[in-house]
Design a protein around this ligand. Structure first.
Ligand code: KQY
Length: 356
């Protein structure tokens, strides 16, 4: 993780967000070790607020979205790990990006790989970790809104992007969804919309309200997922996780943000891109966003059914949502030494009843 501090992204001088990040680190710590990168200016404050067992290292960054600025660590068949360092442009550069500058963010992946002692592939194209989800068996989920957006790689075609994903992630099948969550400022990252619970099973954010603009987006994603085959020719089971809210930025929350040239302004009443799909899967736990919303408990119950060997822990993450993302966006897993891609089972899995 990275420590939040900038007052133009995190309201109230980032204090409420720091409390949320510390609670999320504590939840993950019950399952695996946690490292948090912090600026020199925040080193003392972060060590004071984070649980004692968190490893704190000094890393300069422009903000705290390590899913996107950190490396994507890949493993080969022998369990050897290397990191992919994507080019980062703050979710769209000068065409819809969320802040300027982003030069320190673009160095984060390389710094983490040095700290972890892992070799690095610098990819020749713009991508964020939150814009891809893989099943570990050759299939990748992405959205057209993000990966085909002219604010990322205007000179690359869909086929060229698929080829690059194949080269850098080892995937053979790319499943293209359409748009991401309504008003998601990342240009529709897939990690807020849909993800694999395991090979062959996808969790999709959903609403039953046909008047909500999210309805058509989620319905279209559902249809594409049902029509798709994964890299092993399997059909996908789609599990629907009903969205909270809709939720909106409150006037007093907007008022406690600093204004800064180059940073996307936020206004009271703005709709927030809230989704329970933005969860973190640990070795023994699943850490899921909670919003103080009537749908929170159903999201925890649904995920407990989908991840029966892990403890589902809900953490109030509205403060992370106010910054434009959620728990998956502020975390980046490092596979253990010797981790190998799971081979597809030769015996067909017992079909799991879809969450609906
Ligand atoms: O979706 C993510 N992976 C990150 C969200 C970052 C939003 C920046 N304002």
């Amino acid at each position: 993780m990275l420590w939040p501090e900038r007052p133009d992204v995190w309201r109230g001088g980032a204090k409420p967000a720091q409390a949320a990040f510390a609670a999320i680190a504590a939840a993950i710590l019950t399952s695996e070790p946690v490292t948090v990168g912090v600026s020199a200016a925040q080193y003392a404050n972060a060590t004071e607020r984070l649980p004692r067992d968190v490893r704190v290292v000094e890393i300069s960054a422009n903000d705290a979205w390590v899913r996107d600025t950190g490396p994507t660590i890949v493993c080969d068949a022998r369990g050897r790990r290397r990191g992919v360092d994507w080019i980062f442009n703050a979710w769209g550069g000068f065409d819809g990006g969320t802040y300027f500058p982003w030069d320190l963010d673009d160095q984060v992946a390389g710094k983490i790989l040095r700290i972890e002692g892992l070799d690095r592939y610098r990819a020749p194209f713009v991508l964020e970790g939150g814009s891809i989800h893989v099943d570990g068996q050759g299939t990748c989920l992405v959205t057209e809104e993000c990966l085909l957006n002219p604010n990322r790689n205007p000179r690359l075609s869909r086929a060229q992007i698929e080829a690059l994903l194949g080269e850098y992630l080892g995937v053979r099948t790319v499943i293209w969804l359409g748009r991401g969550v309504v008003l998601d400022e990342t240009s529709g990252h897939v990690d807020n919309l849909a993800c694999f619970a395991r090979p062959g099973e996808v969790v999709l954010t959903w609403t039953d309200d046909r008047r909500d603009p999210q309805y058509a987006i989620s319905r279209d994603a559902e249809q594409r997922l049902r029509a798709a085959r994964d890299a092993h020719g399997r059909r996908l089971t789609v599990h629907k996780l009903h969205q909270p809210g809709p939720l909106y930025l409150r006037e007093e929350e907007a008022a406690s943000l600093d204004a800064r040239p180059g940073t996307r302004p936020r206004r009271g009443g703005d709709r927030l891109a809230a989704s329970y799909v933005n969860f973190y899967v640990g070795n023994r736990s699943v850490v899921v966003p909670q919003f103080g919303d009537p749908r929170d408990a159903a999201a925890r119950r649904g995920l407990a059914r989908l991840f029966p060997t892990r403890r589902v822990v809900g953490v109030d993450s509205r403060e992370v949502l106010l910054g434009g993302g959620n728990i998956h966006c502020i975390t980046q897993q490092v596979p253990r030494v010797g981790a190998r891609p799971r081979r597809p089972s030769t015996t067909p899995a017992r079909p799991r009843k879809a969450l609906s």
